[in-house]
Design a protein around this ligand. Structure first.
Ligand code: NAD
Ligand code: UDP
Length: 317
């Protein structure tokens, strides 16, 4: 497939989990890719194989500072995404969301570049309606421990739409639901990486709360395909558009699936449920189907097998 080949594309957060897969795909499609990352949660191993490519450039920079490059498209992904990482320095997280959006939008305005903002299902908070369509305005605690990220992403969406209305910046917004796959950090704290690493090491599988809370898990290649389709969607379609896999699983079901697929003897234990942990989450993806002709194709079991293979090859067990 070759859409938008030959463009100069900036990817912020490009050394992270999703960002590195995105950079790789954009290079495959014949683009020139500039990856900006401060390496807070990014890993050199994610982009080492791209460093040999003449069309790939890496800039170690913080998105809260101005960026001076020339580009045709911008994907703004720079932001820690796992609860333990975004809660480590919550003020910095809010700053990365707000300043990062402000700086990349300023750049988009100057370069007349199209910009795609990586938003999140967290803008729906702990949702009262299920599944969640884009029209749902969310139920977010503005003063809780998750709000640096949830509200940060919400104000980023606000800025993106105000730059569009006020300065005619060409914008695209995707709301990403839980995504998993190779290149997640083993110490990232998110549920898929935690369960797989625990299972491979024969450690207890830590289910928070009673494990009946649900999430919908999208494999990273499906997500990246959706993001690129959104970036190249018709003029005037701004989103926000949900990108996620509507298959919905409880955390207990996920734990059991990981135990089965790894052949582990690990036991499930229960730990306290973190504050403001959403009880359920599942995307309505009708808009993505209609506008982007997109829907995920990788079943959870198949995506988990790929991810387990990656962790087997990369972690000490
Ligand atoms: P990640 O932590 O692997 O990637 C984030 C990247 O951004 C890292 O490489 C990190 O070093 C970089 N970064 C963080 N702060 C920065 C700063 N101030 N300046 C420059 N770089 C900075 O997480 P990910 O899962 O790949 O998430 C990527 C994006 O997708 C994030 O914006 C996240 O909010 C969004 N998202 C991810 C998910 C998911 O399930 N993975 C769900 C919803 C939204
Ligand atoms: N979770 C869990 N055990 C873990 C890590 C997470 O049971 O070791 C739960 C967590 O409480 C949440 C779900 O898994 O209900 C997804 O958590 P994650 O941090 O992956 O993503 P988010 O909560 O941001 O959707």
């Amino acid at each position: 497939m070759s859409i938008n080949s030959g463009k100069r594309i900036l990817v912020t957060g490009g050394a992270g989990f999703i960002g590195s897969h995105l950079c790789e795909k954009l290079l495959e499609q014949g683009n020139d890719v500039i990856c900006v990352d401060n390496m807070f949660t990014g890993q050199k191993r994610n982009i080492r194989h791209l460093m040999k490519n003449d069309y790939f450039e890496f800039l170690r920079k913080d998105i809260i500072e101005n960026i001076y490059v020339e580009c045709d498209q911008i994907y703004n992904l720079a932001c820690p995404a796992s609860p333990i990482h975004y809660q480590y320095d919550p003020i910095k997280t809010t700053k990365a969301c707000f300043m990062g959006a402000l700086n990349t939008l300023g750049l988009a305005k100057r370069c007349h570049a199209r910009i795609l903002q990586a938003s999140t299902s967290e803008v729906y908070g702990d949702p009262e309606i299920h599944p969640q369509p884009e029209s749902y305005r969310g139920c977010v605690n503005p003063i809780g421990i998750r709000s640096c990220y949830d509200e940060g992403k919400r104000i980023a969406e606000t800025l993106v739409f105000d730059y569009h209305r006020q300065h005619k910046v060409d914008i695209k917004v995707v709301r990403i639901f839980n995504t998993y796959g190779p290149r997640m950090r083993p110490d990232d704290g998110r549920v898929v990486s935690n369960f797989i690493v625990q299972a491979l090491r024969g450690q207890d599988i830590t289910v928070y709360g009673d494990g009946t809370q649900t999430r919908s898990f999208c494999f990273v290649s499906d997500l990246v395909d959706g993001m690129i389709r959104m970036m190249n969607s018709r003029d005037g379609f701004t989103g926000p558009v949900n990108l996620g896999n509507p298959g919905e699983f409880t955390m207990l079901e996920l734990a059991e699936m990981v135990i089965k697929l790894t052949g582990s003897h690990s036991k499930i234990i229960h730990m306290p449920l973190p504050e403001d942990d959403p009880a359920q989450r599942k995307p309505v993806i009708d808009l993505a189907k209609k506008e982007l002709n997109w829907q995920p194709s990788i079943k959870l079991e198949d995506g988990l097998k790929e991810t387990i293979k990656y962790f087997r090859e990369t972690i000490d067990v």
